[in-house]
Write a protein that binds this ligand. Structure first.
Ligand code: NAG
Ligand code: NAG
Ligand code: NAG
Ligand code: NAG
Length: 679
């Protein structure tokens, strides 16, 4: 067998020399592989009759205009504030030009691909067609070989370089199959499992701090114990939020869940009974299950109720009620159970379900979901979602709260940037995304607690560089940090940045992106911070280039001994309470915390503000950041506390924006007056 195989390979090699592709003079190399990652091995030439699904990515126009378009509808000084776009308008604005479509189609037809075989994807970004290997080779003046992945054993067709007519190059992004081999992202699964097994630690949800049992107060309206336990009454008092009254159709608050976070109705009922008797037993979210997602523990034991979903629902309901909550539960059971293998959390499959055009959206050399990082559907696993990937099946709610996330350093740059553009597109359509900023200050958790980044949770060869969280660093979402009422203080005193010094310390995620530059809406706030409160640490000023790999921190930092980036987008944008929050979970009364609590609180406040705007005949606010930074006076500025990490005290909360608590916590009456005053 072995001898036979090498004989065939030899023959193929000889044939390749004889047939060396002659490139016509009006053609040029479009893409050429520079180096082959050692995990891949080039094997035999693909047999000429093998069928490929070819995709030609068309250059989309105007993606670089996305920021400007988004500001037009979210900058409060713009005459078009809140004048959001329809999804069709978004597709139209970014679709490839007619000339691009025509020229590429003509080239394909002239090269012998029958017109009826060519389809144009719904988002207009791709031509797709089936072609034999022989057809693909003659179209692209190349040779396709099988490439074997030593990690997964998978084989995919690829070439070293391919050619297209000179005049076509400007119209296409890239072609698959082509030179692209699935980005060799190291799976975290083994590393993580090994680290945890060694320490005898079970997997736990990110962003969830549990501080054990806390008996509920005898009087739910008693504000004298808010320094021990934050009840719904404490939150209402802190942010001056009056009870809700209206329930405008289609204005429910969206909450994202995954990682087996199923709620128990009994927990909700106990919570309502204890703290908010006006909310009837049985009140539950509108279910929006995505790719096999599941809502509640109905069919399980109450003890299996998830802490994250309990926290999210029980912080949001008292603020939005009688308005409803829509619970997006993302990915099938099998995938949810292993969501931390890749640290991508199901955000891509979630966005697919909200916007069908994202399923095939192509940017930064990536199209659709990434095998190896995102789950592919139908899921072949037993018990997995056997249906097709859900594309555009749910209209997004106006506000979406997500208490999940990881570190920028662990996810390929192109993957993050492509997803970030989708937040821009949904922002144009009026959707506000609020992400928890993370619970580990300026660092990641150490490996024993679920972190993936070295022994310290920090970056660089010395393990001392600050490690910002993702996706909050995307400039098109709102990142929410956490505050706390310290013992001895009341709801009438200013809150402080959260700090729970137990190991590993819990503090508000904050810092500066290594991928995204400072967005215009934030320039003034950051300049003020650096000018008046420059942190006492060396810094660097550099951003990762576009890349299909994870950010290369050593390359970004270079010779500098800096430990944080001075030219990256700052997070968080705002904050809200995130410690000692009263929650019923798994049948018992507890006090939970985390920026996981802060995100649903702030999101619920925005839902109420939208409700008021809708009631006044206006549109929802949509992308929040430009209006927040334009009027920081409507937030309670937090000026005490720090976010420890990386063997430092972290950054300090100071007057004005800071990378611990952002602009501050909600002051509902001031925010209401401001947003009702906008068009
Ligand atoms: C995405 O592309 C695939 C094949 O290329 C196609 O079958 C599917 O309909 C497309 N989906 C959308 C929403 O355009
Ligand atoms: C609501 O449910 C809780 C928890 O199961 C229970 O203790 C309480 O008695 C119920 N209230 C009503 C009015 O049924
Ligand atoms: C300021 O924050 C620290 C923790 O960083 C806390 O111990 C202290 O009580 C806070 N002071 C006030 C006035 O809340
Ligand atoms: C933390 O900093 C102290 C001094 O500031 C130093 O002695 C210690 O080695 C550092 N620890 C780590 C893990 O870097």
């Amino acid at each position: 067998m072995t001898g036979m195989k090498s004989f065939v390979a030899l023959l193929a090699a000889a044939a390749a020399v004889v047939n060396a592709v002659a490139i016509p003079p009006h053609h040029e190399v479009h893409e050429k592989r520079q180096t082959l990652h050692p995990r891949w091995t080039k094997r035999d030439r693909v047999e000429s009759h093998k069928l490929f699904q070819m995709r030609i990515g068309l250059k989309q126009s105007n993606l670089e205009d996305g920021y400007r378009h988004l500001m037009e509808v979210s900058d409060p000084s713009s005459p078009n504030f809140a004048n959001h776009w329809t999804s069709e308008e978004v597709i139209e604005a970014f679709r490839p030009s007619q000339q691009t479509e025509d020229e590429v189609r003509n080239w394909l037809i002239d090269s012998g691909i029958p017109a009826q075989r060519i389809t144009h994807t719904e988002n207009k970004a791709w031509f797709a067609f089936f072609a034999t290997a022989a057809e693909a080779e003659s179209l692209l003046f190349t040779e396709f070989h099988e490439y074997e992945d030593s990690v997964t054993g998978g084989v995919i067709p690829s070439c070293d370089e391919y050619h297209v007519p000179k005049h076509i190059r400007q119209h296409i992004d890239y072609i698959t199959p082509g030179i692209k081999l699935m980005a060799p992202v190291e799976s975290h699964r083994e590393k993580r499992a090994a680290a945890m097994a060694e320490l005898g630690i079970e997997s736990r949800s990110v962003h969830l701090q549990q501080h054990g049992k806390a008996p509920p107060p005898t009087n739910p309206n008693d504000l004298s114990t808010c320094d021990q336990l934050i009840t719904p009454a404490c939150i209402a008092a802190l942010y001056k939020i009056p009870p809700g009254t209206s329930k405008i159709r289609g204005s429910s608050l969206g909450i994202f869940e995954s990682e087996l976070q199923f709620y128990a109705q009994k927990d909700l009922d106990s919570f309502f009974t204890t703290y908010r008797k006006d909310i009837k037993n049985g009140t539950h979210p509108i279910g929006a299950n995505i790719d096999g997602g599941m809502q509640s523990t109905k069919d399980l034991f109450q003890a299996q109720a998830g802490g994250e979903v309990a926290l999210d629902l029980q912080l949001a309901y008292p603020i939005v009620y009688p308005q409803e909550i829509t619970l997006y539960d993302v990915d099938d059971f099998i995938v949810q159970a292993n969501q931390l293998d890749t640290y991508t959390f199901g955000f891509n499959t979630f966005l697919d379900a909200l916007d069908g055009s994202y399923c095939n959206f192509s940017a930064y050399g990536e199209t659709g979901n990434q095998p190896g990082l995102d789950q592919q559907y139908p899921d072949p696993a037993i018990g997995g979602w056997a249906g097709e990937l859900m594309c555009g099946v749910y209209k997004p709610t106006n506000v979406i709260s997500l208490s999940y996330g990881g570190q920028e350093a662990d996810i390929p740059v192109s993957y993050q940037k492509r997803q970030c553009l989708e937040y821009m597109k949904l922002g144009l359509q009026g959707v506000s995304f609020l992400y928890a900023s993370g619970d580990s200050g300026v660092s990641n958790y150490p490996p024993a607690f679920g972190g993936t980044d070295g022994p310290t949770g920090c970056l660089g060869p010395k393990g001392n560089i600050f490690n910002p969280t993702w996706p909050g660093t995307c400039p098109y979402v709102t990142s929410v940090g956490a505050t706390k009422v310290y013992p001895g203080y009341t709801v009438n005193d200013p809150e402080s940045a959260v700090l729970d010094p137990a190991y590993p310390p819990y503090s508000s995620g904050g810092g500066f992106s290594n991928i995204y530059p400072i967005p215009d809406y934030q320039t003034k706030a950051l300049a003020n911070y650096f000018e008046k409160h420059s942190p006492p640490y060396p810094y660097y000023s550099a951003l990762s280039p576009d890349s299909s790999e994870v950010p290369d921190i050593a390359a970004i930092v270079g010779d500098s001994d800096g430990i944080y980036n001075r030219i990256g987008r700052g997070i968080p944008d705002v904050s809200a309470n995130g410690d000692n929050d009263a929650v019923y979970c798994g049948g018992s009364a507890s006090a939970f915390g985390g920026t996981s609590a802060s995100a649903p609180i702030f999101s619920a406040v925005i839902t109420r503000l939208n409700e008021a705007r809708l009631g006044a005949g206006k549109k929802p606010i949509g992308f929040l950041n430009p209006s927040l930074y334009a009027n920081p006076g409507m937030l309670n500025d937090i000026t005490n506390g720090t976010n420890v990490g990386c063997n430092t005290t972290g950054f300090a909360a100071v007057p004005g924006w800071d990378p611990v608590t952002g602009l501050g916590t909600p002051n509902y009456p001031k925010m209401l007056a401001y947003y009702l005053g906008l068009p």
